[in-house]
Ligand binder design. Structure first.
Ligand code: GCU
Length: 596
């Protein structure tokens, strides 16, 4: 196997240059570089890759990517990297579960493999479903692009750098927690590193459909469809939208690579009770994309949520993307089990905390009839006065919305969680919320907001930029008793819907005792009994999202009873052992489900 790579460099020439990563930032992959994957064929690169840990970014300092592979007996100077004797790591996977000694590893890692290329006239893109946190792509010794953000997909075009035969593809990923990142260096979940979602090649024609949207216009008619098409370049022509079940064929004029059309058509609307999806196909030239799309309208009137014009109460539950065996890898089976458990609880909605989950989460929710709150990890104390941090958050938000824009199940874009109210935070999050609304007027924009502690009422100046106010509150757990909750509810007069976006208590499964004793199942059940009693008749509360469905890994939790696990799950981390509180909530949801 031979690789023609750039000339070998002196690996030690820049050893003391602390600006070593500057050449590997731009170009940076962004939402605008994404390609719709609807119905596309791909060449999977999942499987075993060669892998080398790199705690000190030695690879960027010494330019490991520029050293042509060669047997150690031919080296003229010593090397610190030799992919021929590297470890093997499967993709998708997380570093923390690959080896016991890597559990808490936070640093860099180098993936390497060969990809074979035959000359053809198609364009070749690399798609990575997610790599936490920053990724840098090298092909045949050349840096191509970087990506920031640990939970959204990104695309790099390989075409100009591919050579006939074998090509050396290397990917550097680092999962360091940093104050300027999103999330920053303090959060309550496990910091899994690596390429933990699918990695694949996408072959496309010279001109292809880069993005499209197809949705119901929220104008109350429940029959106005709006379609936009964006091409990979500035071509003119006609795209064709076909929805066979509606006997619909609709031309879309494309000018300068863009086109849109709006038309009225009678529809079978998507809802949790009837999650109807239409086979849709859009073609332009030699490119065709296909998708199964549901059409529904979500909007608010005053403090009431309306789904397809009918009042809606969100019987929810929160869930992390976390598994003691898979880490942050989310398989179809894992998501299916999550939704089955949520339906068993009586849910019609889930909050996918605190970052964009795998794309099959929204696809499966479309099929199974569950509504979703999806969010970006603008979590706790972000560097709100740092413009580069804002651009990172803005891009993650736009990548999430671009990826899931045609998923009927997604009804809320969440732009933040529990961020202390400062002017910098207000400016940062108002920009995010306004961007979400202008990018996608067909969905609601929300955030887990704060309360005014002095006046003891729900009050957050960010609320004016939101359609729905999330309220995380832990009366009965972090705050003793429920009098405070009753006061808060009595003092608050919101002018838009509020949903309880987090509420709960820890319980060690199988640990029983009086409800006065923390961490017993009885205590957790008691908290929910009292919470439900307090909120159930508040007419401006439109939803209830217990924190959360399963116990999950969090290094912040280091007592013997928690042992690195946040135990607020209604089900233990084995995803089988149910706690007493599960039935308390199921009973509540049965009652309000019947009242609806
Ligand atoms: C916060 C936070 C969650 C966290 C939870 C807890 O509200 O939003 O991410 O896990 O509290 O303390 O368990």
């Amino acid at each position: 196997m031979t690789h023609k790579t750039s000339n070998a460099v002196d690996p030690f020439a820049h050893l003391h240059d602390e600006n070593y990563d500057a050449p590997y930032v731009h170009p940076r992959c962004k939402a605008r570089d994404m390609v719709t994957m609807a119905g596309r064929q791909t060449v999977s690169l999942n499987g075993d890759w060669r892998f080398t840990l790199d705690l000190f970014d030695e690879g960027l300092r010494q330019k490991w990517f520029a050293q042509p592979p060669m047997p150690v007996n031919q080296w003229r100077v010593p090397r610190d990297y030799d992919e021929s004797d590297a470890q093997t790591l499967s993709v998708p996977s997380v570093w923390s579960l690959a080896k016991p000694e890597w559990t808490y590893f936070e640093g860099g890692g180098w993936y390497s493999r060969s990809i074979h290329h035959e000359e053809h006239d198609q364009r070749v893109f690399l798609r990575i479903g997610a790599a936490n946190y920053e990724a840098r792509i090298f092909l045949n010794g050349h840096f191509l692009a970087s990506h920031q953000g640990g939970s959204t997909p990104f695309f790099v075009e390989l075409t100009p750098h591919l050579q006939a035969g074998d090509n050396r593809l290397q990917i550097n990923v680092d999962n360091r927690r940093r104050p300027e990142r999103v999330p920053m260096h303090h959060f309550d979940w496990f910091n899994d590193g690596g390429i933990y979602r699918d990695i694949e090649l996408v072959l496309l024609p010279r001109t292809f459909i880069k993005d499209f949207s197809l949705s119901l216009v929220p104008d109350g008619t429940l029959s106005t469809l709006h379609c936009t098409v964006t091409l990979s370049d500035h071509d003119n022509g006609t795209a064709v939208l076909v929805i066979p079940e509606l006997s619909l064929t609709q031309d879309i004029t494309i000018a300068g690579g863009q086109g849109k059309v709006e038309f009225s058509v009678p529809l079978r609307l998507w809802s949790p009770e009837d999650p109807h999806l239409y086979e849709c196909r859009i073609s332009f030239g030699s490119d065709t994309v296909t998708d199964r799309i549901g059409f529904r309208e979500i909007r608010r009137e005053g403090t009431t949520l309306l789904l397809n014009g009918k009042p809606l109460y969100l019987r929810g539950v929160c869930v992390h993307e976390d598994d003691v065996r898979l880490g942050k890898v989310s398989t179809i089976e894992d998501v299916t089990r999550r939704y089955q458990d949520a339906k068993r609880l009586g849910c019609n909605a889930l909050r996918l905390a605190h970052y964009p989950h795998h794309e099959h989460a929204a696809k499966l929710a479309d099929e199974m009839g569950l509504m979703l709150w999806e969010e970006v990890p603008v979590y706790w104390a972000i560097q709100f006065d740092n413009e580069a941090t804002y651009q990172d958050a803005h891009n993650q938000l736009e990548e999430m919305m671009t990826r899931d824009r045609n998923r009927a199940s997604v009804i809320i874009w969440g732009v933040g969680n529990e961020n202390a109210d400062t002017d910098a935070r207000y400016s940062f999050m108002r920009r995010l919320a306004d961007h979400a609304k202008s990018f996608d007027p067909t969905r609601l924009v929300g955030a887990a907001c704060l309360i005014n502690r002095e006046q003891f009422r729900i009050e957050d100046r960010l609320a004016d930029h939101l359609d729905i106010i999330g309220l995380n509150e832990y009366f009965g757990w972090y705050e003793e008793g429920f009098e405070g909750l009753r006061q808060l509810l009595a003092n608050s007069k919101p002018d838009r819907p509020v949903l309880i976006s987090e509420v709960g208590a820890d319980a060690l499964a199988g640990h029983h005792g009086p409800d006065s004793e923390l961490f017993t199942e009885e205590r957790q059940a008691w908290v929910f009994e009292n919470q439900i009693e307090a909120i159930r008749n508040i007419d401006w509360i439109c939803g209830f999202f217990p924190w959360l469905l399963y116990d999950f890994r969090s290094p912040r939790r280091q007592t013997s009873i928690q042992n690195g696990i946040n135990r607020k799950g209604l089900i233990a981390e084995d995803k089988r052992t149910q706690k007493l509180a599960f039935e308390v909530i199921a009973g509540f949801y049965r009652q309000i489900g019947n009242e609806a």
